[in-house]
Design a binder for this molecule. Sequence first.
Ligand code: IPM
Ligand code: MN
Length: 348
Amino acid sequence: MMKIVVIKGDGIGPEVIDETLKILDRVGRFEYEFIDMGGCSIDKTGEALTKEALDTAKAADAVLLGAVGGPKWDNGKVRPEDGLLAIRKGLGVYANLRPSVLYEELKDACPLKDTVVKNGVDMLIVRELTGGIYFGEKGRSSDEAYDVERYSEAEIIRILRKAAEAALRRKRHVTVVDKANILESSRLWRSVSSAFFRGYPQLEVDYMYVDNAAMQLIKDPSRFDVIVTSNMFGDILSDEASMLTGSIGMLPSASLGDGGKGLYEPIHGSAPDIAGTGLANPIASILSAAMMLEYSFDMKHESDMIVNAVRKFLSDGHRTRDLTSSPEYVTTAEAGSLIAGNIGKYKA
Ligand code: IPM
Ligand code: MN
């Protein structure tokens, strides 16, 4: 039986994960093991991720994560986010796949005009996840601070390979996003990319500065298929791309390394302001579980069943609070139950 290590985390994390487990129970039998990470772990152990918890995660077939963080821990010596970086690094999941799809049913929730999104939004951001400025040397003195962006050729090549593989399954178009007019590390990304993609003549490849990419995402999102970029740029652009789909509450992610194991998490944070109110949208977490079935468990059929159950929920007109301005909305738990009820009824 596939073993899933589940990390509920902080804020809305436990709520969205509970709904996700409802859905998983409908599509298969899995063994779950729960570990603490983030603020809840700091409260219990003083550490954002203990070594035992990381070892447990390493021994699983996949890790499913809600979200971590909150104002309670913002000024502490140890931050909840340290746990997130440690588990990404510890599992070696260097490729973070963040799909942005605007469902037909949610066209009204997209803040862009119909004329801009008439050709749809269906892109995949491939974000480098275990290098760059997030993990570079950092320092602080009384009146100065610095963070170093550093990439090796090997780190760039392995993420490009993930992007190329994804593009071959999609529309065969890769956009490499960097800031090569300013940053030396970006110039390395560019030269490594142009050599690498010579080996993929079937792919259309273009290069774009990150500031321009931020603009093009809003101007003509349909021009993108796969975007591959550094940790920091991918973090920023994926939040922007998420809004094209109506809400950050819709976006799942898969973080993969070289084996089959992955870490699956919604791209949204712990939203402490709405924790416990039933306002959270569980769809990003539910779709992350669908990605887990597809990428780590080779259960594409069940994965599609989950995606279809979500679509049916939306096409039936149900909306969580983030997706509507009307006072008529469903709670986190109602959304989970409705989606769970759709499983199997609408087979893939
Ligand atoms: C994300 C989040 C994290 C990141 C934070 C919580 C550390 O914003 O997954 O996008 O910056 O990677
Ligand atoms: Mn982010």
